[in-house]
Design a protein around this ligand. Structure first.
Ligand SMILES: Nc1ncnc2c1ncn2[C@@H]1O[C@H](COP(=O)(O)OP(=O)(O)O)[C@@H](O)[C@H]1O
Ligand SMILES: [Mg+2]
Length: 247
């Protein structure tokens, strides 16, 4: 049986705002197996980002169980959490979150700076390899402002890959991109998934969800649908169908 990378049970997250309590997640349960490509969908405010931040150990649930790779996250020390976050998870955001005035290769090297086991030479070599993987081997010394939105997101993806994570968590990663660039990025995600990386991809765009193997739909902090996709589309094929003048 394939191993469960993520397992959550009755997960709740409440935010207290003055005298009001916002129930962002109202008891969510599901698991994600190694090698899956899951999209989490739902309208704005349904709890997608709250969910992803907990999965990425950037936030803690109010109650419920979260296990990552068979380990209960609640039982981990701060250091163990930081190690998991840094070495097992690659995070990708809508707004890229790159350092301005810092070259592509230096941005990608960042997650390795905290790893004393990686030498300067190895750091450079791994960042170079990650940038080549995302098709930016010729843009190493460009800063974010010298790159298009799609290229900036590729740098962010390379940065997420540089530690060889077992899973990638992406929050609206194509939210700022046009259709063509979105499909290019989805082609890349499908390639990475084929190489064995588990992907959890938050989006509110149905045409993006058709590239994944399963869709979990949230509404008002609860799962209202969790279904396998029996008709996975190839992002590369959809890309080829787009009219050329769209470029
Ligand atoms: N840090 C926070 N403090 C207070 N309320 C929050 C916070 N983060 C999210 N929320 C609330 O939780 C709900 C879910 O938000 P979010 O997870 O960001 O939704 P989505 O990503 O699906 O748009 C919303 O009602 C939002 O206002
Ligand atoms: Mg969100």
């Amino acid at each position: 049986m394939t191993k469960e990378i993520i397992k959550i049970e009755d997960l709740k997250r409440e935010f207290t705002m003055g005298t009001e309590v916002v129930h962002a997640l109202k008891g969510v349960s599901f698991s994600i197996k190694e090698g899956e490509f899951v999209t989490i969908m739902g309208s704005s405010g349904s709890g997608k980002s709250t969910m992803l931040n907990i999965l990425g150990c950037l936030d803690q649930p109010t109650s419920g169980i979260y296990e990552i790779d068979g380990v209960k996250v609640k039982d981990l020390t701060k250091n163990e959490l930081a190690t998991i976050r840094n070495e097992k998870i690659g995070f990708i955001f809508q707004s890229y979150n790159l350092l301005a005035r810092t070259s592509a290769i230096e941005n990608v090297e960042l997650p390795l700076l905290y790893n004393s086991k990686v030498s300067t030479e190895e750091r450079r070599a791994r960042a170079l390899k990650a940038l080549e993987m995302v098709g930016l081997g010729e843009r190493l010394h460009h800063t974010p402002s010298q790159l298009s939105g799609g290229q900036q997101q590729r740098v962010a993806i390379a940065r997420a890959l540089v530690n060889n994570p077992v899973m990638i968590l992406a929050d609206e990663a194509t939210g700022n991109l046009d259709t063509r660039t979105s499909y290019e990025i989805m082609t890349l995600f499908q390639e990475l998934n084929r190489q064995g990386i588990t992907i959890t991809f938050v989006t509110h765009e149905p045409d993006i969800a058709m590239f994944s193997s399963r869709t979990v739909v949230l509404k008002d902090g609860a799962v209202i649908k969790d279904a396998k996709n029996n008709n996975i589309q190839s992002a590369a094929a959809e890309l080829a169908k787009l009219p050329k003048e769209n470029h």
